[in-house]
Design a protein around this ligand. Structure first.
Ligand code: PEP
Ligand code: MN
Length: 343
């Protein structure tokens, strides 16, 4: 349920509602909206009845939340979530671009890529230190050594760091360095990992599982949010279908479909969707045209030598062209966006 407080409700009245819910054993989240505060109780079966809560001073109205996911639902807040990461504000006015190699391989490789990413005005650098690989024999990432290099790259180039946490055991180490903690597609329903991410003060990038429906994906976000971390960014990275011309099938429709039902921002990762570099830029352009808040794109200074995901890594020149193109599309859409008048 959503408890809407009156505009003039005092802090003591808000506190009294929170205490009433706590006494009934109901976990509640206070939302400081610009108009008036509201209190969200996602799991409200034990909560006092709406008429009892409405009788408390300062309460304007109690609204049931009919959506199956509660904290991520667009029904619970009029505002869209904006997640600040480094110099970027994901979900804000600007298109947020994240670029970098699949994995950190060496100081030289990471710094070479970070340099052209930063020079392109891209605010966030991606690169895995722990790599979730299909084969246990494939490159698994440099671990702590990679995290140290990422911290150095942030200091050197002023880039925010996006890197993946693959296990609860190594979460603390990733959390210490990352500005945005990625939960990978394979881990979208690793509930222990989601709960741990939910207790972090760092924002979380939640990739869609390769066979997850939109609802399942939002329930995964709900796991993070219900632990207290409301800074969640979704990321569509392609799903498993019968089509075999690409590594995955990029689901462009999920971008507007997600935006219709959740206030969380959404990025697109055309690299893991495509699996081949010639498809990455067209998918990137499509994602931006469909309303993505930004892109996560793999690029490598020497893709033929990459230890993971080389075939989908954009060459530096292709990366720069893609960045220019998607910025133009984003600017065009912002310009063309009409101001709606509702009657
Ligand atoms: C990655 O970002 O390098 C990655 C492994 O992505 P995904 O979880 O989408 O496969
Ligand atoms: Mn990759």
């Amino acid at each position: 349920m959503l408890i809407l407080m009156a505009r003039e409700a005092s802090a003591a009245q808000v506190q009294a509602v929170l205490e009433t819910l706590a006494a009934a054993g109901v976990k509640a989240h206070l939302q400081e909206n610009p108009e008036a505060p509201s209190i969200l109780a996602p799991h409200a079966s034990q909560a006092p009845k709406a008429d009892r809560l409405e009788a408390l001073e300062g309460v304007a109205r109690v609204v049931p939340i009919t959506s199956p996911f509660k904290l991520a639902s667009a029904d619970v807040t009029a505002a869209r979530t904006v997640v600040p990461v480094g110099k970027a504000r994901i979900g804000g006015e600007d298109l947020t671009l994240v670029g970098g190699p699949c994995g950190v391989e060496s100081r030289d490789q990471l710094f070479t890529v970070a340099r052209y990413v930063a020079e392109a005005g891209v605010p966030l650098l991606r690169a895995g230190a722990f790599k979730p690989r299909t084969s246990p024999y494939a490159f698994q990432g440099l671990g702590q050594e990679a995290l140290d290099l990422l911290a150095q790259a942030r200091a050197e180039f002023g880039l925010g760091i996006v890197t993946e946490a693959t296990e609860v055991e190594t979460f603390d180490a990733v959390e210490a360095v990352a500005d945005l903690i990625q939960i990978g597609a394979r881990n979208m329903q690793n509930f222990a990992l989601l709960r741990r991410a939910g207790r972090s003060a760092k924002p979380v990038l939640l990739k869609r599982g390769p066979s997850a429906t939109l609802e399942e994906w939002l329930f995964a976000a709900e796991y993070v949010m219900s632990e207290g971390n409301r800074q969640v960014v979704l990321c569509e990275r392609g799903i498993r279908t019968f089509a075999d011309h690409a590594r995955n099938t990029f689901d462009v429709s999920v971008i507007p479909a997600a935006k219709a039902i959740t206030h969380l921002p959404i990025l697109a990762d055309p690299s893991h969707a495509a699996g081949r570099r010639d498809l990455v830029a067209p998918l990137a352009r499509a994602a931006v045209a469909a309303g993505a808040d930004g892109l996560l794109v793999e690029t490598h200074c020497q893709p033929h030598k990459a230890l993971s995901d080389g075939p989908q890594a954009l060459l530096p020149s292709d990366f720069l062209r893609m960045v220019e193109d998607v910025r133009r599309i984003h600017a065009l859409l912002a310009e063309a966006r009409p101001t709606y008048v509702w009657f």
